[in-house]
Design a protein around this ligand. Structure first.
Ligand SMILES: [Zn+2]
Length: 319
């Protein structure tokens, strides 16, 4: 840790061009007065241009984005780069230590962006992160995964009515793209409010590194880098086009029990198709759960212990 420079502000222009800088950004102090710092990778291109922001682990247990950023940091040659890449492999540092989605005060950082300068524990952390990091970027790719107890496809959430974000979404070679206007409180929403084109990349499952998803995401980010004219290279088209969804929603159980969700991720289910079975603890079937309409399985619960109102699956309604 001590071999890296510690800073309290990020003044991108003050760093040498043509180099990759690895820094600690001191955001807040813990109860011992020790700094809580986030890792910052600044690939400072030799030629002037805009800044591409890449963030991971806003939710502390969503870690597939970390190796993606590490590979970008190791591979991109700053001497060839136009503009800058500003990448944060772990945004939510205190929760990363605890393998936890939420911040230390149980608040979801992705519900309170851009935070509050004079706010409580989570909102001041969100504010300082947003103010010191995100305000420097011109385009944002925010890397997430499913939550604990669930699995996801590799899918993109983006405003497909916005030309810039629709293009970024399509470049990611994901399995599914869900049209989703940026919501208040999310990092994507707060960036969009500043006219920063931003998309959310949902990279599979929590608490793990998944090779295939990491590789697919890396290809997509390079596609974005080429598209933005930051490096020269050929955009790799997807092997199969992403399934486009006009919207999506979660299905919830209306009874408690032991839940088995049947279809695989990315499967298209028909209206009335059996998608889950709910059993009582003695093994008798309580109910078969059927899909209310035709759609694609974006994500699903893999945690069988299900109280009434538990999540079943995330259904994408195809365009
Ligand atoms: Zn997340």
């Amino acid at each position: 840790m001590l071999d890296k420079k510690v800073v309290k502000e990020l003044d991108i222009e003050s760093y040498d061009r043509g180099k990759t800088h690895k820094l600690w950004l001191h955001l807040i102090g813990d109860a011992m007065g020790n700094p809580i710092m986030i890792p910052v990778i600044l690939i400072r291109g030799i030629k002037p241009g805009g800044t591409l922001g890449i963030t991971a682990a806003v939710h502390g247990n969503e870690i597939n984005g970390i190796p993606v950023i590490q590979r970008i940091a190791n591979q991109v040659d700053a001497e060839k780069l136009k503009g800058n890449i500003l990448a944060i492999p772990v945004v939510n540092v205190p929760s990363f230590f605890r393998n936890d989605r939420r911040f230390v005060d149980k608040v979801d950082l992705n519900h309170i962006m851009p935070g509050n300068k004079k706010g409580n524990v989570s909102s001041v952390y969100a504010y300082r992160f947003f103010d010191r990091v995100i305000k420097n970027v011109d385009v944002l790719l925010d890397l997430h995964t499913a939550s604990f107890g669930r699995v996801n496809s590799y899918y993109i959430r983006a405003d497909m009515r916005n030309k810039a974000t629709a293009k970024l979404a399509k470049l990611q070679n994901a399995e599914i793209i869900v049209h989703n206007p940026p919501a208040d409180g999310t990092l994507r929403g707060a960036a969009s409010a500043l006219k920063i084109p931003a998309i959310t990349l949902e990279l599979g499952n929590p608490n793990v590194f998944q090779k295939g998803v990491i590789q697919a995401c890396l290809t997509g980010i390079y596609n974005a880098i080429y598209h933005l004219g930051m490096l020269e290279g050929d955009i790799v088209p997807p092997k199969t086009d992403a399934a486009l969804c006009s919207h999506s929603y979660w299905l919830y159980t209306d009874k408690g029990g032991i839940l088995t969700v049947i279809p695989k991720i990315t499967k298209v289910v028909e209206k009335g198709e059996k998608i889950a079975v709910l059993r009582d603890v003695f093994g008798s079937v309580i109910s078969d759960i059927r899909s209310p309409e035709r759609g694609i399985v974006i994500g699903k619960s893999v945690h069988p212990v299900n109280q009434t109102g538990g999540r079943i699956l995330h259904l994408g309604v195809l365009k």
